[in-house]
Write a protein that binds this ligand. Structure first.
Ligand code: ADA
Length: 563
């Protein structure tokens, strides 16, 4: 199932999760979907095309939806290509029209190779896995069907309104219909649509929802909204989406949810697990949220890409605040100026927001983590993406995690290379300033001094009077390596550094929050330039099996002691 709830009462659905036939390299045999090809014995380091096939009995118009195929997907039915999709972290649907009733062969090719055409997926400090890595399903639709239902709440306690957008599509024949919304027993008429054959019409309506219950991290009340398309007096199709009534506003140095300031105690999290790669099953996703809660955390950052919608649903239900991030990590000037970079970044941000805008847990959008914000030619790319995100969703703040001013902060003024400013030239674009830093790990400098310097730098460089989040802080440790002397990579050293870093963050009441790097150790792509012990990023407070390191006790003590 793609989501934690039913997304339609009318559609006949076929869950496509289960055993498919996989052909990849030397392997040919059954493999579970969703899954990573690297989890199949013998394919641990596979880079190439993975071919998945399975039969499906169906007929009529079939919509095949994939939450994630990594990283480039081609979908075929009975040998005919239905569509392609670039990017592992956003979903897509393809439509097969007027199929004869009976058995059909569905084939998905998933290509996880890096190349010119993969501008966002490059060798990096995380692993780009391959395969059908998230859930998928098939749905039967008629000539008239709905897509893209999104919900954006606004207002205040007792006076909530909802903006509903939805698309009415025609497979072949033109039609006229009406759309209504059902919310907790109330019906709201959205109006009529006239859809030409093979085309679509969009509805965008806002209305007051009397008696709506507010969503908050402490009391995450979800509201379910069913949109129904009627043609010729009969219900032709429906879609269900959920949201929570809350607002996010930035005022001065604080971020407010429903008028209350947020104090973020979060973790960065990669979708990665020793047993499942990036294809975490629902129970493992839920377990990650339990770990965050048990350590006193209230937030997660989806570093560095849009997450599985199932995980976001769990965060909504559990009241975990989410920083969701468009895909990109540490791309340098040449990578950002590659021809495919801008179009793929735009596409990824659009797909992320259109898919996830309804989630109340998402309180901020992030983009371009540690990319070339100090490069004159790259600044327009930042401007373009920030404008795009704001245009698609003015209801949330926008930020980007930077690490640029290291030279200025250390007092070692560097001579900027031609075309480079000395620092980050994009801070003026954001509602919230976010900074990644590792004092005590990469830098031999006390955390309080470092943070004071970074904050002063941000104030002078476009971040004046804005909220400030420490978007990454942490240190490495190899699980099980204990030594009272506390050498580098020992659990003791990591715990000590985190204590010093988190204490400095806690003592500065003007910092809106922190995301520890990171929840769990993750695999690093072997092709990435930097060497890391075990080819893993070992800064997790748990290892890749979620076994807790000593630092968990430290984090828990500090997070739990805060109001
Ligand atoms: C950066 C980056 C992370 C990770 C981290 C580290 O801040 O954003 O993805 O690579 O450094 O472990 O050094």
């Amino acid at each position: 199932m793609l989501r934690t709830f039913d997304t339609s009462m009318l559609r006949k659905k076929t869950d496509l999760c289960g055993l498919w036939h996989l052909t990849a390299g030397v392997f040919s045999g059954p493999a579970y979907v969703p899954g990573c090809v690297e989890c199949v014995p013998g394919l641990e380091n596979y880079r190439g095309v993975s071919v998945y096939e399975r039969k499906i009995t169906c007929g009529g118009n079939m919509l095949f939806s994939f939450s994630g195929v990594s990283r480039f997907a081609r979908v075929f039915l009975d040998g005919k290509e239905l569509g392609t999709h670039e990017g592992p972290y956003t979903g897509f649907s393809v439509l097969a029209r007027a199929l004869s009733e009976g058995e059909h062969l569905l084939r998905v090719e998933a290509d996880n190779r890096f190349g010119e055409e993969s501008a966002l997926s490059v060798p990096n400090d995380y692993m780009t896995y391959g395969g059908i890595t998230r859930a998928c399903e098939a749905e039967k639709v008629g000539n008239a069907y709905l897509s893209g239902l999104t919900l954006v709440p606004d207002g205040t306690e007792g006076n909530w309104s909802l903006r509903v957008r939805v698309r009415a599509n025609s497979v072949l024949n033109p039609f006229e219909g009406t759309i209504r919304c059902e919310i907790g027993g109330r019906v709201f008429q959205l109006g009529g649509v006239k859809v030409p054959g093979g085309a679509f019409a969009d509805i965008d309506e806002s209305f007051i929802v009397p008696g709506a219950e507010a969503w908050s991290p402490e009391d995450p009340q979800m509201t379910s909204v069913r949109c129904v398309l009627s043609v010729d007096g009969a219900d032709a199709d429906d879609l269900i989406e959920r949201t929570g009534f809350r607002t996010v506003r930035v005022r001065g140095r604080e971020i407010f949810m429903n008028g209350r300031p947020l104090r973020i105690k979060g973790f960065n999290r990669h979708e990665d697990h020793a047993l499942y790669g990036c294809a975490l099953p629902p129970a493992a996703m839920a377990a990650d949220i339990q770990i965050i809660r048990s350590l006193g955390g209230n937030a997660v950052r989806t570093s560095h890409y849009p997450n599985d919608p199932y995980f976001l649903d769990l965060c909504d239900e559990e009241g975990i605040l989410v920083w969701e991030e468009s895909h990109a990590r540490g791309l340098h000037r040449e990578q950002m100026l590659r021809p495919a970079f801008l179009s793929q970044s735009v596409r990824c941000a659009e797909e992320m927001i259109l898919r996830d805008i309804s989630h109340p847990s998402i309180f901020i959008w992030g983009l371009l983590n540690e990319c070339a914000a100090d490069c004159a030619e790259c600044v327009p790319v930042y401007e373009r993406l920030v404008t795009l995100i704001r245009g698609l969703d003015p209801s949330r703040p926008v930020t980007s995690a930077t690490c640029r001013p290291a030279a200025c902060v250390n007092g070692k003024k560097s001579v900027p290379a031609p075309g480079f400013s000395d620092g980050d030239a994009t801070l003026h674009l954001y509602d919230v300033i976010s900074f990644n830093c590792y004092p005590g790990w990469y830098l031999d400098i006390p955390s309080d001094e470092y943070l004071k310097n970074v904050r002063a730098w941000a104030e002078k460089n476009g971040g004046k009077d804005k909220p400030f989040i420490v978007s990454e802080i942490g240190a490495g440790a190899i699980y099980g390596y204990r030594s009272p002397a506390g050498p580098k990579w020992s659990e003791e050293r990591q715990a000590d550094i985190l204590r010093e870093q988190l204490t400095a963050v806690r003592n500065d009441r003007e910092i809106a929050g922190v995301f520890i790097w990171q929840l769990a150790d993750c695999r690093v792509s072997d092709e990435w330039f930097a060497s890391r012990p075990r080819t893993m990023n070992n800064k997790g407070v748990t290892d890749e099996y979620r076994r807790m390191k000593l630092s968990c006790g430290t984090v828990k003590e500090i997070f739990m002691s805060e109001g």
